[in-house]
Ligand binder design. Structure first.
Ligand code: MTE
Length: 320
């Protein structure tokens, strides 16, 4: 990706080049901030405090990630990628003031026997809410450890009963110009669309998250419901989802359309396959000092035991 700049990569290297040029002109035009992309991550620049959200009750603890050191609530909620609210890391937490997450309905449709319109309340009844601590690795080269609260996506898939034609699942995010200032700028092809293969969606790690740190999701993290796919780069985890569609053909996702040579459909974390413009071998854990050594990135973000069988026989350089 991406438009924000990891500390050690020039911003021109991160944004697909055509997007980078378009973006500079557009940001200037709409006044979203002329210095975005030049500033990088600066804690000093933050002015908003993270506001806590209502607590969620009856969360089942799980063993996932118990040995991990958690990223702070503040870092998780103020260093975000959510382009619908702006392209810098700080903008999502600052620009969500008008965004409404209730009422909220998700249309689940396409190649299924039982299409549904689900309210968040319906979703929460599908399965007990679990806390799962996952490592999340962004394609930009940074990572976090996040205690998500959610339900396995598999529960929803079983509810709607995919037909034999259903091979892929699309996840469509909301795109509301009135409350999401980034959507007024054609920087990406809105609405944000991500997708998984059906068996990836059924994989037990794949979550529909509604909270983090035991509280409802803040808007900037994808409230009221987002996808979480921890063995893939963060951009696969679409936020604020309003439509889940089962389809036969591999969808063209937002980032594939924005930069087809740079962002593939699979986007599995893979330290051996570099992004065309930077290495993916190491990562910087958010919260560590800028002078701390980067840590090695693990194959499938460390979840290879659970997911590598999904890709048996595939050339992961070709299917990046
Ligand atoms: N979903 C939507 N709708 N819009 C976005 O811009 N950014 C993606 C992903 N989901 C994005 C999105 C990217 S690039 C990343 S790395 C993660 O969200 C970041 O999630 P976080 O801000 O909760 O860490």
């Amino acid at each position: 990706m991406l438009i924000g700049k990891p500390v050690d990569v020039a911003s021109t290297e991160i944004t697909p080049e055509p997007l980078f040029k378009r973006r500079r002109a557009l940001l200037k035009a709409v006044g979203l901030g002329g210095v975005i992309g030049l500033s990088g991550w600066s804690r000093e620049g933050w002015t908003t405090e993270s506001l806590h959200k209502p607590a969620i009750h009856n969360i089942q603890k799980t063993l996932y990630g118990q040995d991990e050191k958690l990223t702070s609530y503040r870092d998780i909620t103020s260093y975000n990628n959510f382009y619908e609210f702006g392209t810098s890391k700080e903008q999502p937490s600052r620009n969500t003031g008008q965004f409404k997450t209730s009422p909220w309905t998700i249309a689940v449709e396409g190649e299924v026997l039982k299409p549904r319109q689900l309210g968040i309340e319906d979703l929460l009844k599908l399965a007990p809410l679990e806390e799962r601590i996952y490592r999340m690795r962004c394609v930009e080269g940074w990572s976090m450890v996040i205690p998500w609260v959610g339900i396995p996506l598999a529960k929803l898939i079983k509810l709607v009963q995919p037909t034999a034609n259903a091979k892929f699942i699309e996840f469509v995010s909301v795109a509301d110009e009135a409350t999401m200032p980034g959507v007024r700028v054609p920087i990406l092809d809105w609405p944000y669309l991500e997708a998984l293969r059906l068996d990836e969606g059924m994989q037990e790690l794949t979550l529909l998250a509604v909270g983090l740190y035991g509280e409802l999701l803040p808007a900037q993290n994808g409230a009221p419901v987002r996808l979480v796919v921890p063995w893939k780069y963060g951009f696969k985890s679409g936020k604020s989802i309003v439509r889940i569609r089962f389809v036969e053909k591999m969808p063209q996702t937002t980032w594939m359309r924005a930069g087809p040579k740079e962002y593939g459909f699979y986007a599995n974390v893979n330290p051996n396959v570099d992004h065309p413009r930077w290495s993916q071998a190491t990562e910087r854990r958010i919260g560590s000092s800028l002078f701390t050594r980067r840590i090695p990135t693990q194959m499938f973000n460390g979840y290879a035991d659970q997911v590598s069988h999904l890709y048996t026989g595939m050339d992961l350089r070709k299917h990046f």
